[in-house]
Write a protein that binds this ligand. Structure first.
Ligand code: ADP
Ligand code: ZN
Length: 607
């Protein structure tokens, strides 16, 4: 096969067991095979690793993969090895036997992928060794760690460009990240590449994630019923405090759920054991603070629940993004209450950040509240925040259940007229004070009690007006200037409403904490979205076999087969190795190792 892309496609099938590329992968693989330097910005779970793993095994030579996360390296090496690829890692936590295996492969020129932590790469002996090892490409994972803009900054990343030159002259360089904002991207290009790379940016939409928010009522009960609708599935519950983690984990255990706690206050040994159990077994529910996050590479997390409001939209998106990385349906639920909002505000005000930074944090929190109170499709609101226009999704609570709306045109006009009459120069608190007729110091200082708008919104509470501002912002009638004191201004759409050319509907439950409609999801309905009805018995049997095999080899369940593979096995019930080879995720190596055992279970179920 001369054409490298068709060779790559063949390996996609025979090594990874995938029938096709995920959106975005093919164009990147094509550019990499053509020898280009590439920066790819893709959301978590979109399949970044394949974009360097596949070229790495399609062409001769060794690919270096730089990753800051040792646990993630270990998982990838395990998964590649299970697929029959000669892969290894160099890091401080390797057993001597593992190091010997990797060095042996390296000496014999058989190693195809070598995962290295950046600090290890910086050691002169490592550079010297790699300079002789025919390295053909360097793939940098989590490339945003090179940027001082983000919170994941790793100083060692700054020297990667230099090290690449020492190892291989003009080494082909690939960088991958899920962080999309412009300053970070600029930093990556500047600091990791000698010349501008080809840049690929994938949509941030994750259509397989169901999005839902609910006001908190009795939050433990709400969490419990959400978890019970997902019996036997792996999931994560995020809480705002360690105490809440402990309490919720205990409540779930008392209800018969296999829940484990995870937070920074636990012994490292306990944390590691809990993380391993979550990673390896089916159906563990991790109850955690956000300390549990970076580096979770489990593809089959079926749900994420925020028992408390996340810190901001980016955090929310990162955290729910840990569900459904295999592309199968996954469920998310975020609970929010007035107390949460106050707590988050307090955290910002009492934090150590500069005033400028606090202002930005306040606005990012505001954007999350807009999302919580959005009057229409949540995904549309979320993607709009990331600058991506989209259609309504049909897979969020608002698309599916709707909310009670009322004609909010007059309220919207009042709020926007407060903005306009004060010259589009003020933030929300001042505008709300004007609307409710509150004679604050600032109102008097600017003589704003003289405005015709002063007090026109007396009939509503301040909290209701804040909600109206957030909703108007969620539908794009007003916008906030992030860099100029958070001042609000009226958009073109907003002017149409202000002039009475268009009406606007708002949510009836204006204050958060008001009761929302609760929806009940049937456990069977949830399972049936993954496999057809009637296959659940076979699916359970296949899962049991997977658990047994995974335990015997001490690897996570998904290293044996992914959820999608099991679901396809249960649906298509292949009767021969040849038929099984056509199933998603079944490559040559896995067919040889597991084929017979799984076929036996499938045949048993047929009888
Ligand atoms: P990311 O690094 O972008 O967060 P991963 O590379 O870990 O995502 O991939 C997420 C999941 O998608 C993995 O389980 C991987 O095996 C799977 N995957 C990747 N590419 C494909 C494909 N072409 N077809 C099916 N599954 C894929
Ligand atoms: Zn929707």
């Amino acid at each position: 096969m001369n054409d490298p892309l068709s060779h790559a496609c063949a390996l996609l099938h025979s090594v990874f067991g995938f029938n096709e590329f995920r959106p975005g992968q093919e164009e990147i693989v094509r550019a990499v095979l053509a020898g280009e330097n590439v920066l790819a910005v893709m959301p978590t779970g979109s399949g970044k690793s394949l974009c360097y793993q596949l070229p790495a095994i399609t062409r001769p030579g060794l690919t270096l993969v730089i990753s800051p996360l040792i646990a993630l390296m270990r998982d990838q090496v395990r998964a590649l090895t299970a697929a029959g690829v000669a892969a290894g890692s160099l890091n401080s936590s390797n057993e001597p036997a593992e190091n010997a295996r990797v060095m042996g492969l390296l000496r014999r020129g058989e190693l195809r992928l070598l995962y290295v932590a950046p600090e290890r790469l910086a050691r002169p002996d490592t550079v010297e060794m790699l300079a002789e090892a025919h390295v053909s490409m360097m793939a940098i994972d989590e490339a945003h760690c090179v940027s001082q803009w983000g919170h994941d900054f790793r100083p060692e990343y700054l020297s990667l460009g230099n090290l690449a030159r020492q190892i291989g002259g003009r080494l082909q360089t690939l960088a991958f990240t899920a962080t999309a904002d412009a300053p970070t991207r600029g930093d990556i290009v500047e600091k990791l590449f000698a010349t501008s790379p080809r840049i690929f940016v994938r949509s941030f939409d994750r259509p397989n994630l169901k999005l839902a928010f609910k006001p908190k009522e009795r939050s433990t009960r709400q969490v419990l019923s959400f978890v019970q609708a997902h019996q036997g599935e792996s999931g994560i519950i995020y809480c705002a405090s360690r105490r809440k983690v402990e309490e919720l984990a205990a409540a779930l255990v008392a209800a018969g759920v296999r829940a484990l706690p995870y937070h920074a206050g636990l012994d490292k040994a306990v944390r590691d054991a809990n993380q391993d159990a979550f990673q390896q077994d089916d159906g563990v529910v991790m109850t955690a603070t956000v300390a549990f996050g970076m580096g979770i590479d489990k593809p089959d997390v079926r749900f994420v629940c925020h028992a408390d409001l996340p810190a901001n939209v980016e955090a929310y998106y990162q955290e729910i993004g840990r569900a459904g990385r295999d592309g199968l349906p996954a469920d998310t639920l975020t609970l929010y209450g007035l107390g949460d909002m106050q707590l988050r505000r307090l955290q910002i005000e009492q934090g150590e950040s500069s005033d400028e930074r606090k202002r930005i944090e306040r606005q990012r929190l505001g954007a999350l509240l807009s999302l919580a109170e959005a009057p229409r499709c949540r995904r549309q609101t979320l993607l709009a925040y990331f600058g991506e226009p989209s259609e309504t999704c049909g897979n969020c609570d608002l698309c599916q259940e709707g909310v009670e709306l009322f004609d909010g045109t007059i309220d919207a006009q009042k709020a926007m007229s407060a903005i306009v009459r004060t010259g589009e120069r003020f933030g929300m608190e001042h505008l709300v004070a004007i609307l409710i007729g509150d004679l604050t110091d600032n109102v008097q200082k600017f003589n704003h009690e003289k405005l015709p708008t002063f007090g026109v919104g007396k009939d509503r509470k301040a909290a209701e007006w804040r909600s109206i501002f957030r909703q108007l912002s969620a539908v794009g009638l007003i916008a906030q200037d992030l860099l100029e004191h958070g001042r609000w201004w009226v958009t073109d759409d907003g002017w149409r409403v202000l002039k009475g050319e268009q009406k606007i509907e708002l949510r009836k439950d204006l204050t958060s904490g008001a009761a929302g409609k609760s929806s009940r999801r049937d456990r069977r309905a949830a399972a049936a979205t993954i496999v057809g009805d009637g296959d659940t018995v076979l699916l359970d049997a296949l899962k049991a076999l997977r658990t047994k095999l995974a335990r015997a080899q001490n690897v996570p369940a998904y290293v044996v087969f992914s959820d999608r593979t099991l679901a396809e096995l249960a649906t298509h019930r292949p009767a021969s190795e040849r038929a099984m080879r056509e199933i998603h995720g079944v490559g040559d190596a896995k067919l040889e190792r597991y084929g017979a055992a799984f076929l036996e279970v499938i045949q048993g179920a047929e009888a």
